[in-house]
Design a protein around this ligand. Structure first.
Ligand code: NDP
Length: 251
């Protein structure tokens, strides 16, 4: 039920952090993984780690904000594998600043990287997925449901991902494409390491509010990704699953 043998998965931003955790989980379940990210050296290093599990793991240098690059990404996957079964829209950035200090260019950067890319990648994957069904996993955030004073653009992009997930789920259910979101809590990655240096007390606040009593790690995302990518979740679509050690259930 959880086997991904012979499935092909693309993970945007799969060369580090949560994306690499998810790529590792999918590869362990048998999928052939494709990493789509910009930093070629980082992708090479991720591939070295993945090749112990997936001999066919590959990286395609991609800027997910670039419509043509996304089209080319899917073309290359089709040429190499002839199919695409799983898309994980994980690439993301944040700019931490009060909304009144955020420039339009910064706002656009965050919205394009996190939200427009999710639309672009899903739209590009659709024709291939339509042939034999597919699974799209969009990475939201606690800021898909909560607000934070330092993250207006990020929160707007992650809230948008939640609604886009539902719209795509409804639209593509007849094509046997399930579209779901994962809402990670506070996970220890480059993204949040920067946050901990910028926001005094963040580390302690997260520990105090998270019932599990610890920050998450990228491998905490492996299981949910395998579940949402596999036949085990065939009747689940439009859902948003928190992976947060209880953060969103706690006051
Ligand atoms: P990282 O900074 O470690 O990873 C982000 C990844 O996105 C990088 O691998 C980067 O690769 C890629 N990326 C950024 N911009 C682009 C782009 N334009 N084109 C292609 N790839 C891009 O952060 P995380 O692992 O923490 O974050 C992964 C996702 O999880 C994000 O969507 C984030 O919002 C979300 N998230 C993270 C949480 C956390 O606590 N860490 C909590 C909730 C959600 P490269 O630079 O090579 O392009």
């Amino acid at each position: 039920m959880f086997s991904l043998a012979s499935r092909v998965a693309v993970i945007t931003g799969g060369n580090g952090g949560i994306g690499l955790g998810i790529a590792t989980g999918l590869a362990k379940a048998g999928a052939h993984v494709v990493i789509a990210a910009r930093d070629a050296a980082k992708s090479e290093s991720a591939l070295r780690a993945l090749s112990a599990i997936d001999l066919e793991a590959m990286a395609i240098q991609t800027d997910v904000t670039d419509e043509h690059a996304v089209t080319e990404l899917v073309r290359q996957i089709e040429r190499r594998h002839g199919r695409l079964d799983i898309l994980v829209n994980n690439a993301g950035i944040t700019i931490r600043a009060p909304a009144q200090d955020l420039s339009l260019a910064e706002w656009n950067d965050v919205i394009c990287t996190n939200l427009s890319s999710t639309f672009l990648c899903a739209r590009a994957a659709y024709p291939l997925m339509k042939r034999s069904g597919g699974k799209i996993i969009n990475i939201g955030s606690m800021l898909s449901i909560f607000g934070a004073s330092f993250s207006a653009a990020y929160g707007a992009s992650k809230g948008g991902i939640l609604q886009l997930t539902k719209s795509l789920a409804v639209a593509w259910a007849p094509d046997n494409i399930q579209v779901n979101a994962v809402l990670p809590g506070w996970i220890d990655t480059d993204l949040t390491r920067a946050g901990r240096t910028q926001i005094p007390g963040l580390h302690e606040q997260v520990l105090a509010r998270t019932p599990a009593g610890r920050w998450g790690t990228p491998d905490d995302l492996e299981g949910v990704a395998v579940f949402l990518a596999s036949a085990a979740s065939n009747y689940i679509t439009g859902a948003a699953i928190p992976v947060d050690g209880g953060f969103s259930s706690s006051i």
